[in-house]
Design a protein around this ligand. Structure first.
Ligand code: OFO
Length: 170
């Protein structure tokens, strides 16, 4: 049986993942208003991925006999000034999520819950990718600076991204 402490912490993580979706679709809206459709599409895919992260926790909690308790989702930032600022904020957010996943893992170890440890390992690995992909974009944006042509090229590249949930997951 999963412990009360872990049930509470996983419910908090579900809220953080849903906030992540909110934050990224807020960025999606901002990019769409700037006519940066590739970056908006990237944020759309990122938002969908966050919902997948949330629902993976949601389903796990139910599978383990825990109760899902949804809480209010905080209002995300709506103004981002420029693409670099938005992606820097995304990177900081991912670092915050990594810390939160690590704390969850610490708790699962403390509670001696091997199933939750095994389940959380997927998120530990996923966060390495999440941080690396945003960090790469931040670096590309720093490289081009205010150069409109460079920004358009990055926009085109980011527009290639799509998200589809793994068939066997969730
Ligand atoms: Fe972006 O990894 Fe979930 O929140």
């Amino acid at each position: 049986m999963i412990s009360k402490k872990l049930i509470k912490a996983i419910n908090e993580q579900i809220n953080k993942e849903l906030f992540s979706e909110y934050l990224y679709i807020s960025m999606q809206a901002w990019f769409a208003n700037q006519n940066l459709d590739g970056m908006a599409a990237w944020m759309d895919a990122q938002g969908k991925e966050e919902r997948f992260h949330a629902m993976k926790f949601f389903n796990y909690l139910i599978e383990r006999g825990g109760k899902v308790e949804l809480k209010a989702i905080a209002t995300p930032t709506v103004e981002f000034d420029n693409p670099l600022k938005a992606f820097k904020m995304a990177l900081e957010h991912e670092q915050f999520i990594t810390k939160s996943i690590n704390e969850l893992m610490d708790l699962a170890i403390k509670e001696n819950d091997h199933a939750t440890r095994s389940f959380l390992q997927w998120y530990v690995d996923e966060q390495v990718e999440e941080e690396a992909s945003v960090d790469r974009i931040v670096n590309m944006l720093k490289m081009v600076g205010e150069n409109g042509h460079g920004i358009m090229m990055i926009d085109r590249e980011l527009g290639q991204r799509t998200f589809s949930a793994p068939a066997t997951e969730e």
